[in-house]
Design a protein around this ligand. Sequence first.
Ligand SMILES: Nc1nc2c(ncn2[C@@H]2O[C@H](COP(=O)(O)OP(=O)(O)OP(=O)(O)O)[C@@H](O)[C@H]2O)c(=O)[nH]1
Ligand SMILES: [Mg+2]
Length: 454
Amino acid sequence: MNKTITALATPPGIGGIAVIRLSGPEAILIADKCFFGRNALGDAATHTIHYGSIIFRGKIIDNVTASVFKNPHSYTGEDVVEISCHGGMVVAGEIIDTLIECGAVPADPGEFTRRAFLNGRMDLTQVEAVADIIHSLSVPGCLTAARQLTGEFTARMKILGEKLVKIASLLELELDFSEEDLEFTDRNEISNQIADTISFCTELADSYKAAEILRSGFFVAIAGYPNSGKSTLFNTLLNRQRAIVSEIPGTTRDYLEEIIYINGIAIKLTDTAGLRESDNIVEIEGIKLVESVLKLSNLILIINDITISPEQSNKLYKKIALNYPDSKIYLLQNKIDKVDENNIGRLSSGIEHELKISAKKQIGINNLRNMLENEALQNIERTRDILINQRHAILLKQAVSELQSALYAISSNMQNELIAIDIRKAGKTLGEITGDTWNDDVLNNIFSRFCIGK
Ligand SMILES: Nc1nc2c(ncn2[C@@H]2O[C@H](COP(=O)(O)OP(=O)(O)OP(=O)(O)O)[C@@H](O)[C@H]2O)c(=O)[nH]1
Ligand SMILES: [Mg+2]
């Protein structure tokens, strides 16, 4: 039998109230050992709230409310009692200790949600949506995860899986009746349906990058030669003096990361060390780190000091464009406050994506913010209402390769049973996304992202 688990469900610390969760076959029995209200919780109807005191060994710990949810209509599918007590560092801890003395055990991270999955209250994509909501950094990310919680993604995967099973069954049926006069399913029709499924799955798998932007933010790196004004721009976009700025080239050594929000979209900004040939060991290390930052960036801003020359960074721009073909790159002509206004229009690098700014005097910064927002939005648009994660993307790609091998089998006139095997494999792979089939490793991996009490 499952043990009855307990944990704090709200963040620890000072707050109005704290909520303690208790779930398992003995949840109500254990709560009744220390909760004293007008009636015992054992007599309470499901989905009701009761006022009372937590009293243990003659000592009153707090006045609380207890909510009762009886199985199977609870978050975990088990009997659940949620105790709301006064917030703070002490009371909730005392109540949890009491519940443990009365027979509960401390919950592991994500154990409530894990039980919800094992009891069929949620499928795996919904479990993952819960984690995404908790960790969400941006409004659109949170809303997309919330939509996933309704089970829409699972429903779509189920329809796809059923379609594949139907095709496989048709092929196998032909095999059984091949001696008789059965009308053969049109191979072209089957190939078309498989090809449709392949393009749907590929598109979904490709939206993984966009989903990651919603999860963790749009990654923007600020790079360029020393002294071009990278740290000044970083501070300007952050609205505070976060990075050290100086007229000495090579000021920034480590990279600095901060998140800014533009209309609810999280943008992770990274200021990096100036790129140049150097024999200073610390600086060389800093320059190596820049490469690791650029690799992860969705967008790279190359800052050029226009007072030196508008074309000074062109070589750097081209090199970065070549090395990081997946990232969009903008050239920012900085320090335009130092240029004669009549000349600004004529000065250009000739590079298509170019903006003129003064990081120090805050000229052109609104333009830059709008550009960042538009670029982030363009990338996010590809999420198609579903937050694909790495696990989904790997399975989708696996299904695609299984379906491609089915297509190959059809085009080479292989036997039906061989074609059907590949199609069934793909169906099973899609089933793993929703958790029709799963193993402990998969679950442990998913729940490692959860906190205790969820
Ligand atoms: N006039 C003017 N000066 C600027 C502007 N942006 C930066 N500066 C100056 O340029 C110098 C270098 O600025 P930083 O922001 O430290 O440059 P950086 O690119 O971070 O330099 P490193 O970290 O050394 O690579 C400082 O003296 C800044 O005040 C600008 O828009 N206009
Ligand atoms: Mg700097």
